[in-house]
Design a protein around this ligand. Structure first.
Ligand code: ZN
Length: 246
């Protein structure tokens, strides 16, 4: 099976369309979206509707998705994020709100666990980028792989023995072999707002037969999204971030 995993679209329709087009050329059988369909970006309804129409795709809820439903307060977020959430609340159709509220916070499938942020407290939304929270995440599941998003940075954390892990940031298009017995936490990066100084959209494909994980970076018309951010009167800093990939 070739499984596409993507996350953190954040209302960036241009990026999402290009990622789905790229994946369609690579023979994907199923896909899983790790959440944050909305927030920051100018096309929340369009992104939800596009994802709902992807065949064999399951989707999780992220922190921005639940904030847009007022299930979590947006007031702990950064000023720009909060403003975008309040704007998104006004935009969402009731049908799309129902869809977001139906999304689970964890999916377990064969030897894989999927969450937006972490598996030990999915709705606590803490980032998993260091040893402490990696060990907590490994302890919270028996799965061989835990796929996460949320930090917008592609990353592989491997469990070596007992209390030791290796943390490898992933840059550019990378093929990562997993043909061993190690347990791993894999961050698939972000489609709509990458934060690793590479503005290209990011997603991955896990090939279960070949035991490879391919991270793909996809160019899209960033300027088009920046203009849509301006036209929607969203905070201009959100446009600057996607230009730089921060
Ligand atoms: Zn996000």
């Amino acid at each position: 099976m070739r499984l596409m995993i993507f996350s953190d679209i954040h209302g960036n329709l241009e990026a999402l369309e290009n990622v789905l087009r790229d994946a369609a050329k690579r023979n994907v059988h199923r896909s899983i979206c790790l959440g944050d369909l909305v927030g920051y970006g100018p096309y929340p309804n369009e992104c939800i509707e596009l994802i709902r129409n992807v065949k064999n795709c399951r989707c999780l809820a992220g922190n921005h998705d639940v904030a847009a439903l007022w299930e979590a307060s947006p007031y702990g977020m950064s000023k720009a994020a909060k403003e975008a959430i309040l704007w998104t609340m006004d935009q969402l159709s009731s049908d799309n709100k129902d869809y977001l509220s139906s999304l689970p916070d964890r999916i377990d499938l064969d030897e894989m666990t999927f969450v937006h942020a972490n598996p030990y407290n999915p709705k606590g939304w803490r980032y998993v980028m260091d040893r402490k929270y990696a060990l907590r995440s490994f302890a919270a599941t028996r799965s061989r792989f835990v796929f996460i998003g949320h930090s917008h940075r592609p990353l592989v954390i491997s469990k070596k023995h007992w209390l030791s892990v290796s943390i490898e940031p992933i840059t550019g298009d990378t093929e990562y072999g997993v043909n061993d017995s190690r347990r791993r936490i894999i961050n698939c990066g972000s489609v709509g707002q990458p934060r690793d100084n590479d503005p290209r959209a990011c997603y991955l494909i896990y090939d279960t037969r070949k035991q490879t994980i391919n991270f793909h970076r996809v160019e899209y018309d960033v300027q088009k999204t920046v203009e849509a951010i301006q036209n929607a009167n969203l905070p201009p800093v959100l446009g600057r971030r996607i230009v730089k990939g921060t």
